[in-house]
Design a protein around this ligand. Sequence first.
Ligand code: GLN
Length: 492
Amino acid sequence: MTDLHRLSIRELSEGLAEAKFSSRELTEHYLKRIEKIDAQVQSYVTVTAEQALAQANAADAAIKAGNASALTGVPIAHKDIFCTQGIKTTAGSKMLDNFISPYDATVVAKAKAAGLVTLGKVNMDEFAMGSTSESSYFGATKNPWALDHVPGGSSGGSAAAVAADLAPFATGTDTGGSIRQPASFCGLTGLKPTYGRVSRFGMIAYASSLDQGGPMARSAEDCAYLMNVMAGHDAKDSTSVQKDVDDYVVNLNGTSIKGLRIGIPKQYFNVQGLDADVKARVEESLKKLEEMGATLVEIDLNMTESYVPTYYLIAPAEASSNLQRFDGVRYGYRCENPVDLMDLYKRSRSEGFGPEVQRRILIGTYALSAGYYDAYYVKAQKVRRLIQQDFLKAFENVDVIAAPSAPTTAYRISANLSPVEMYLGDIYTIAVNLAGLPAINAPVGFDKDNLPVGLQLIGNYWSESQLLSVIHQYQQATDWHTKRAAIAEENA
Ligand code: GLN
């Protein structure tokens, strides 16, 4: 079969179960595509071909023996922020270029237990700080829709790999939009779950109170399959929540669009810098949902102006604390010939971290310092609570809230945005993390340059099934999620 990369996760699952093809064939098919096409896209940091083939053989044996799960033998790519035992785990940084993890992240362990085949580790902004994937030590990943554009970030490698059909789906992480925004830029579906739904154990920390792993795929249905693997309580992560996990696949048709109240925040559609094509496509998608039976309700989210300043205090504050562990002593990069301990710390950190990471460590350390802690960090925490309350109030009257995922489509590579311009691009995604809510991105069309546009739906706590179901039904009625970048049409 030459078109295995066109099959959905359900089709892959059924095809493997019915022995239409083997996991070995499927895995070899993807590895060949990676070898042929990824030089242009640069989505993978590490391809684990040998291990993948061994896992594929084991999967084929399990399928034959009748021991298979729904996903046994299906390939996956992991964002290089998830620790993988025996395999380099870099977080996109020179600091971890030599780091071989001694253990698997819980998400990776669960993927293995489900029989998924790891194709490799995919690129990302350094320590997940960024919106373009250009801050990676390993160079910029390209957007499969236009190779001179970024795939978004920080999970840009995950998005580009899936959009170029170099993996059927991938894991991502979202601290302030890093699943939703690259999904938007690459025409994919991506779900940021409720904080605490997916274990953070073994997921290299950026901002611990915001970080959350989730699925990135071509459709809500594909995401649901991966959520079934990723979600659940983990005793190794004290912030993971003990709450029953839904069967996200079974629930795909569980929410009625008829009567669904979709909140449209007035403030969101008047943001300066909201691209006209993005606005138009998002409004068209909402119109479609209205035709399908939903009711659009105008709402107020009064804290919109506080999102960027609040996030860009809390996230760097937590990052500065989390990144203290990279000291050149225990693991990671160590400078050459240190003259004393201070020199070792200083040079290891200034040589090992890139400029964006250093900027954030500086901002965060400043905000947490004795004289400024109350004025900045504590204040930001209070505003964070107001932002959460603003959402909860809105959810008294609506079921989900609609927004763009990003004000623009994908930027050009080397667009040279200033840090502040870049941070302003996160306006639609970061409040969701500050409040710990779930949200999904789905492709809803293209701009004048044929770059994908994404719709974001934000849900109340634990409404992952509802979000996936609404988007699944939208995708049954439309075909945006079936569109492929030209490079994905190439055969290996
Ligand atoms: N762009 C945001 C940032 O740079 C979000 C990144 C993320 O979600 N990891 O912090």
